[in-house]
Design a binder for this molecule. Structure first.
Ligand SMILES: [Zn+2]
Length: 640
């Protein structure tokens, strides 16, 4: 998913929903049998109306007469939330032998439809339209179709019969796409006739795990030339100019594959397809799958070096998930179907370790140089070091509450806390890695853990669940230590500052400079934001709603002056607001030691607030710790 450092960008993409309560959990979980379903479903999707954001669907489901419950996927893998796109279905008709079959929604579980299948009927037909979202929304609820491309997640266009594990339900699929369009998917094409493209039968689980992108402008790049296991980068965009990828960019993505396979020592896919949309007209996020990832980022990603540097960690992150998240999965997230609730308590491993390894691989592959890696890490460290909310909410609680936190408002995030198991998880795993290196005299590292934990059963795609004790045991096998206490302390801490021990053991500490790093500037450009979090304590829009205060850090100078998220800054020291005027005022205040006067608009009322801040500009950076070995350099060096 989800990153002003690539982390934070992803964090912007979280949205809100309502979880249902215990009775549903019990009824849907208890009813799931792990035995084969008695027939194959068929899902046929017509994407030729993608320009109007309407996907037409026909589905057939083999049935037996009597009571039947059909479920629409609710808990979406990788979104860790009950975020199924139920509200986008329209025009649903269920028929059998051409006659209407009446249905009624379950009164508790909105995602379940109950119906009575007539005698001697062996199959029901469903027709409906999926209304692909417009502006706003996150993940699968964000814009996914433009006049030039369509991004299809199968969980949005298919019901499944209740009572069977989804891995036991076979399904056949086909698509139709506009003339002249191309498509890419980890599904294997079996036929292409009269404009209908058919795919080899898979399980319903594998189908939901196999998104499909289609579009007019398309480029496929071989990321593993000559390798036995293919890895392909499939790029789609709204304009041909967005697909101009440099030889260096290709070479670094090829290096990513080599470095990742080396890091884990096994592959858990038969082939891997990055489905990559570079578009400003669809949502921006990453969603992991076993043999692919659904990746969406800025239109100018390949052609704007700043945006490239800032977003370079997206594909490495999602690729790591093939091992960490898909093959090996926390037991609470390895559910038998999409209506059994998920438990997110180990997301600091699932997402936190992925964030750490993804960024390490971004550096090892050359997508970032060592300086860019450190500058991105400085952003993460500073962000997490300004979270007063940690005094009430532990890192563990952010994981426990994940299904809510992806949806929460962004205002006051420093006090609420967000899905901090990504950025703070990265710091914790850096802590683990440097500790292993220190204790073992550099003989061992987290690379040994990744080999032991993920490098098993080469070629297997069978989900292999784990629990907290398995993580501790594997760490102990790599390097004896009280890892349980080490991790528990960090997970349950209410200390004010971020866990920065790993950074120090890596030879670096977090300091602040008067000038922003290139990565910091790139983060502002990508986020269309003027970020003065570490001086005044505010993030202000630099986009169309310029001057709108996105966020105020709890307890900062801006907070003390009365600023709140949602205000608009109209003027700075009597001059019309611009980021330049704001910086002029910060510099002036450092000299005159007079407060900065901000004329603000607060839901229709105007007032002038006085911000007392005399310490000038502060931008995060890492500086060397004297006498400490540069373990960050060792960690990020390419492996042969
Ligand atoms: Zn992730």
């Amino acid at each position: 998913m989800a990153r002003p450092s690539p982390v934070q960008l992803r964090l912007q993409f979280f949205f809100a929903a309502t979880a249902l309560l215990a009775p549903l959990c019990a009824s849907s979980a208890d009813a799931v049998r792990d035995t084969p379903y008695f027939g194959a479903l068929a899902v046929d999707v017509d994407l030729r109306d993608a320009a109007r954001k309407i996907f037409h669907v026909h589905e057939t489901i083999p049935v037996k007469s009597g009571s039947l419950t059909l479920r629409y996927p609710k808990w979406i893998p990788g979104e860790h939330s009950p975020s199924g796109t139920l509200d986008n279905l329209t025009g649903l008709k269920i028929t059998a032998r051409g006659k209407t079959v009446e249905w009624r929604r379950d009164l508790v579980d909105m995602f379940s439809l109950n119906l009575k299948v007539p005698e001697d009927v062996t199959q029901v037909d469903l027709t409906f339209d999926y209304l692909s979202p417009g502006e706003g929304g996150k993940f699968g609820q964000s814009a996914s179709a433009t006049p030039g491309l369509a991004e299809l997640e199968w969980n949005q266009v298919a019901f499944y019969p209740a009572g069977y594990a989804v891995r036991q339900i076979p399904v056949q699929t086909s698509i139709r796409i506009p003339a002249g369009w191309h498509f890419a998917s980890p599904l294997e094409k079996s036929a292409d006739q009269d404009g209908t493209i058919r795919f080899a039968q898979v399980s319903f689980e594998q189908l939901v795990d196999s998104p499909l992108f289609a579009g007019q402008f398309y480029k496929q790049i071989d990321l593993a030339p000559g390798a036995a296991v293919p890895v392909r980068l499939n790029v789609f965009g709204d304009r041909a100019a967005n697909l101009e990828i440099t030889p260096d960019q290709i070479a670094h993505h090829q290096a990513l594959v080599k470095q990742a396979v080396g890091l884990f020592g096994a592959q858990h896919y038969h082939h891997y397809d990055f489905l990559f949309a570079v578009s400003d007209r669809t949502g921006s996020f990453g969603l992991e799958h076993h043999q692919s990832s659904d990746d969406r980022i800025y239109a100018d990603f390949f052609t704007d070096p700043e945006l490239f540097s800032f977003g370079a960690g997206l594909l490495p992150h999602e690729y790591v998930h093939s091992w960490n998240g898909k093959f090996r999965r926390p037991a609470g997230l390895a559910t038998p179907d999409y209506n059994v609730p998920m438990e997110g308590d180990l997301l600091w491993v699932y997402e936190g370790l992925t964030q750490y390894l993804g960024n390490v691989l971004t550096a090892r592959s050359g997508l970032w140089n060592a300086q860019q890696y450190r500058d991105a890490l400085a952003l993460t460290a500073a962000q997490m070091d300004h979270v007063p909310g940690r005094t009430w909410r532990s890192l563990q609680d952010t994981a426990d509450a994940a299904q809510r936190l992806y949806f929460e408002p962004r205002a006051w995030v420093s006090s609420r806390r967000a899905v901090d198991y990504y950025p703070e998880g990265e710091l914790v795993w850096l802590d683990v890695d440097t500790k292993i290196r220190e204790l073992s005299g550099n003989k061992h590292s987290l690379d040994d853990f990744t080999h032991a934990f993920y490098g098993i059963d080469n070629g297997s795609m069978k989900v292999t669940p784990y629990r907290f004790d398995d993580v501790v045991a594997t760490l102990n096998a790599v390097q004896a230590y009280d890892w349980r206490a080490f991790l528990m302390q960090r997970l349950n801490s209410h200390e004010v500052g971020a866990p920065l021990d790993g950074l120090a053991r890596g030879g670096w500490h977090l300091t602040y400079s008067e000038t922003p790093s290139a990565m910091f500037k790139a983060s502002e450009k990508a986020g269309k934001v003027t970020d003065r979090s570490y001086s005044l304590g505010i993030r202000v829009s630099a986009g169309e709603d310029k001057g709108n205060v996105f966020n105020v850090i709890w307890g900062s100078a801006a907070f003390d002056a009365g600023l709140i998220p949602g205000m608009t800054i109209i003027a700075v020291n009597g001059e019309e607001y611009s980021s330049e005027e704001l910086d002029t005022a910060i510099a002036a205040a450092a000299k005159t030691r007079k407060p900065i006067a901000l004329l603000v608009k607060n839901t229709g009322s105007f007032s002038t607030l006085q911000v007392t801040w005399f310490d000038g500009q502060k931008y995060p950076q890492l500086t060397r710790v004297d006498g400490q070995p540069d373990r960050l350099a060792d960690i990020t060096a390419a492996r042969n």
